[in-house]
Design a protein around this ligand. Structure first.
Ligand code: SF4
Length: 172
């Protein structure tokens, strides 16, 4: 990945713009279906050091509501997303939330992008970390004018999705 980023930088590519990146990646012979994933990975790489320089209290972690244990979840919906009741030790939302809050992060469990944007407007974090499907990660990466790191769900869908918890922990 580092080699690819260096080649893009040497080509003078604007890494913040998906369309420009898409064109550059095709010039470099990358498969079109890999472009979205590469775009998110490149953003992660570009912002990694900046994100590390911020205190956890100045960053927000967004988790997707579809990662809850849908049939048993005791979380209540509020204006700022679901309030996790930590009802199930096997639930990855509960596991990640507990870990992140212990470190000092603000954590929100949201149903989608529009609630995420209103929470960001209210709390004005310095950086944002998101766990989401590729479509939502792209939406955030293209529209948020701030450092962002993203982790893609390993299984997407509307309910009972999945993610690699260690991968999320590694960027917190
Ligand atoms: S741990 Fe939280 S998010 Fe997971 S099922 Fe229980 S209340 Fe819902």
């Amino acid at each position: 990945m580092k080699d690819l980023v260096n080649r893009l930088i040497n080509l003078g590519v604007d890494l913040g713009t998906r369309n420009t990146l898409k064109k550059a990646l095709s010039v470099l012979g990358e498969e079109p279906e890999n472009v979205d994933r590469l775009y998110v990975e490149i953003k992660n790489m570009v912002y990694r050091e900046k994100m590390k320089s911020f205190e956890p209290k100045d960053k927000i972690l967004f988790l997707p509501h579809c990662l809850r244990k849908a049939d048993k979840c005791k979380a209540k919906m509020t204006e700022e997303g679901y309030e996790c009741a930590e009802c199930n030790k096997d639930c990855k939302v509960g596991q990640i939330k507990k870990y992140a809050e212990r470190k000092g992060y603000k954590v929100f469990i949201v149903p989608g992008g529009s609630m995420m944007f209103s929470i960001i407007r209210k709390y004005e974090p310095k950086g944002v970390i998101g766990v989401a499907c590729m479509k939502e990660l792209i939406l955030a990466a293209e529209n948020l004018e701030m450092p962002i790191n993203g982790v893609e769900l390993s299984k997407s869908g509307c309910i009972n999705t999945d993610v690699d918890v260690d991968k999320v922990k590694s960027i917190l």
